[in-house]
Design a protein. Structure first.
Lengths: 90, 371
């Protein structure tokens, strides 16, 4: 944890998130590899740019999709992404 | 058969020329003296493959640094949105070209080592390149690239796996590929020199497991030799499923060793568009799906997992590309694999003299081609 606003997750260096029209999904690219992302994973990762706290990411998603109660799902995905070494704290 | 998906991986083998002469190389035995595509053809290949959906692009060879248009090709690949990978021995990757490649948008460099020691590295590659490779590794890190070290593992270096991993950690590699030799082309020719014993393999696996528990270890990809498995590998994730290789002369292949297969005409990018090559050519369709399978594969419940294994291995060991991969213990040709394994258990002292280790040189290639 870093500071009162909590960690600011960002995609690790050398990984790249991009939209692939042929695959009709976002993918995460890294040396000699690729992960296909579902829509919710992509919406979270798109916001992991090192400038937003987890709370800010949750608030943005809830506003964008006119819903509430996403905090637990986002936290769970970020934990997975961290274990996979897709993201780190800025 | 379901309609095939798009290619996702383009492997651009820019040249078969190489300053190294590794005895386990998978390039064709007859690599010497072939033509090479000019820059404009490669640029077209990059565009056509990207339009089909390819998103990972590997520049390989041979030694791709021997192409002086490499930076031009990398820049175009980057502009098109590929994740760009350079697979190199490091020879020719000096500071000037490193900076130019960075400028061109290269994403990643995979550097090969043959061993953790100068003696074995230089012996296996038949060059004096060990010190230079260490210099290049430091330079790769200095330029901020992620670095994958690739070490082909076999009988002559597998006992050094501990030191190889320590070297990768010391050089700051993010990933280490410990890829046991796959027995095609030059490695197949030299197989009796290269196939490790079971005891060697088990020791190496224990060492890898120990390192994986350490915080200071790079991520280790350990590719085990499939001869010691009881089921074949899911080769290339399926024939014509994901991978598209273009060889130096423009021949398009579903895998980098498929050209050895008899009775298959593979198309060339000089006269056929990549869309037609991928979706319509006989070469890419022959072993797609499972319609081509015979017994024991056809009725096997595991066929959707291993897809019948490797067509090249079936051809090399069973003499028939449509046979089951002889690695499978259900294959009637498994005895071929067992015989090779049995020879590998004999200690060096008691070994009958084999043919000498044959290095991948243009001279040896021409001699084999004329055989």
């Amino acid at each position: 944890m870093s500071g009162a606003s909590g960690p600011m997750p960002r995609i690790v260096r050398h990984y790249r998130l991009q939209w692939e029209p042929v695959q009709d999904c976002h993918v995460l690219l890294y040396p000699e590899g690729m992960v296909q992302l579902n829509r919710s994973a992509a919406e979270i990762l798109r916001r992991c740019d090192g400038t937003r706290s987890v709370a800010a990411i949750v608030a943005e998603l809830e506003a964008a999709f006119a819903t509430s109660g996403l905090a637990a799902d986002v936290a769970q995905f970020l934990e997975h992404a961290r274990a996979q070494r897709w993201i780190e704290s800025a | 058969m379901n309609a095939p998906g798009p290619p996702l991986w383009l492997l651009a083998e820019l040249t078969y020329r190489c300053p190294l002469h590794c005895a386990f190389c998978y390039n064709p035995l007859g690599f010497a003296d072939g033509a090479e595509l000019p820059t404009e053809d490669w640029l077209r290949v990059l565009r056509e493959a990207r339009a089909l959906g390819a998103v990972q692009c590997g520049f390989s060879g041979g030694e791709p640094m021997l192409r002086d248009d490499l930076e031009t090709l990398v820049a175009e690949a980057h502009r098109l949105g590929y994740y760009t990978n350079l697979l190199t021995s490091g020879i020719g990757l000096d500071e000037r070209r490193m900076a130019a490649l960075r400028e061109s948008g290269l994403d990643h460099i995979q550097l090969s080592f043959q061993d953790s020691t100068r003696e074995v590295n230089d012996f296996l590659s038949s060059t004096r390149t060990f010190d230079l490779k260490r210099t290049v590794a430091a330079s790769i890190k200095r330029h901020g690239y992620p670095m994958v070290l690739n070490v082909v593992v076999h009988r002559l270096n597998i006992d050094h796996v501990d030191r190889i991993i320590a070297m990768a950690a010391e050089l700051g590699a993010e990933y280490l590929e410990l890829a046991n030799a796959q027995y095609y082309a030059w490695a197949h020719l030299n197989r009796d020199h290269l196939l490790p014993s079971r005891a060697q393999l088990e020791r190496a696996e224990a060492v890898v497991a120990d390192w994986r528990r350490r915080a200071d270890a790079p991520r280790i990809y350990h590719v085990v030799p499939d001869y010691y498995e009881s089921r074949p590998k899911r080769c290339m994730n399926g024939w014509g499923a994901v991978f598209l290789t273009v060889t130096p002369d423009g021949t398009a292949l579903p895998c980098h060793t498929a050209r050895m297969l008899p009775g298959l005409a593979f198309p060339n990018v000089r006269d056929t568009g990549l869309r037609e090559i991928w979706y319509d050519s006989e070469g890419f369709n022959r072993y797609r799906g499972d319609d081509w399978m015979r017994e024991p594969c056809r009725s096997c419940p595991e066929k959707t997992q291993d897809l019948g294994g490797c067509r090249c291995q079936a051809y090399l060991l069973a003499g028939d590309p449509a046979a089951a991969d002889p690695v499978c213990t259900r294959s009637p040709d498994r005895a071929q694999v067992d015989a090779a394994i049995a020879r590998a258990q004999i200690t060096d002292d008691g070994r009958p003299p084999a043919q000498p280790l044959l290095f991948r040189t243009p001279k040896a290639s021409r001699a084999l081609a004329g055989r």
